[in-house]
Design a protein around this ligand. Structure first.
Ligand SMILES: Nc1nc2c(ncn2[C@@H]2O[C@H](COP(=O)(O)OP(=O)(O)OP(=O)(O)O)[C@@H](O)[C@H]2O)c(=O)[nH]1
Length: 180
């Protein structure tokens, strides 16, 4: 842990929502819930009380395949995920009609979950990058580029002395799509 960190990049595997492993107390726990607990402990650490956080949701390729067969509600934290998906392409990975796929809706829902959690714990805004496919070099590059933008916005905020709007491309503003 370093004290001069400008932005903390917190990485979560989207495929963890139906995975379980034994936690520190020897209890079999959902891996997304484990990530949530780690997230809670890190974002509330006094070292980071002025630090921006960027959430990177990884393994989107696996998530696209998995969510077609295994409902997101498998994870207790996501029990209120009831998306309205077009009958024409409920699980499609293509997006020909500009309609969101189930995986995109799931991604967005998880991003909002983390954003609300972060804001309830810190009173600040969590940045969320675009979905990442870790095996795709360009996808990782885009996530890192986004992290640099967050640092740049933070510098501008301080030099101009005003609060920037939430530039996060998956901001919590459009949360009406989902119930909380
Ligand atoms: N398909 C896919 N594989 C990925 C992606 N990102 C990383 N991996 C692969 O995932 C493997 C390691 O990642 P994890 O299994 O998450 O590593 P870990 O956190 O040590 O493992 P767990 O604690 O078991 O989750 C490597 O084989 C990576 O190549 C991704 O976005 N998509």
């Amino acid at each position: 842990m370093f004290e001069d960190v400008r932005v903390v990049v917190f990485c979560v595997s989207l495929g963890d929502y139906d995975q379980y492993s034994v936690d520190g107390n020897n209890v079999l726990t959902n891996k997304m819930i484990q990530s949530k607990r780690l997230f809670e402990s890190i974002v509330t650490h006094p070292t980071f009380d002025q630090t921006d956080f960027l959430l990177v949701l990884n393994k989107f390729d696996l998530f696209e395949k998995k969510i077609a067969d295994i409902p997101l509600t498998q994870c207790e934290w996501f029990s209120d995920f009831h998306p309205i998906v077009s009958k024409n392409q409920p699980n499609s990975r293509s997006n020909k009609n500009n309609e969101s796929t189930l995986a995109q809706l799931g991604f967005y829902y998880i991003a909002v979950k983390f954003k609300r959690l972060f804001s309830s714990l810190t009173g600040r805004n969590l940045y969320v990058g675009p979905p990442v496919k870790g095996l795709d070099h360009n996808s990782v590059k885009d996530a890192l580029k986004y992290a640099r933008e967050v640092v740049k916005w933070d510098e501008e905020k301080h030099s101009f002395g005003f609060e920037l709007n939430d530039y996060s491309m998956y901001s919590a503003d459009a949360t009406s799509t989902f119930s909380n």
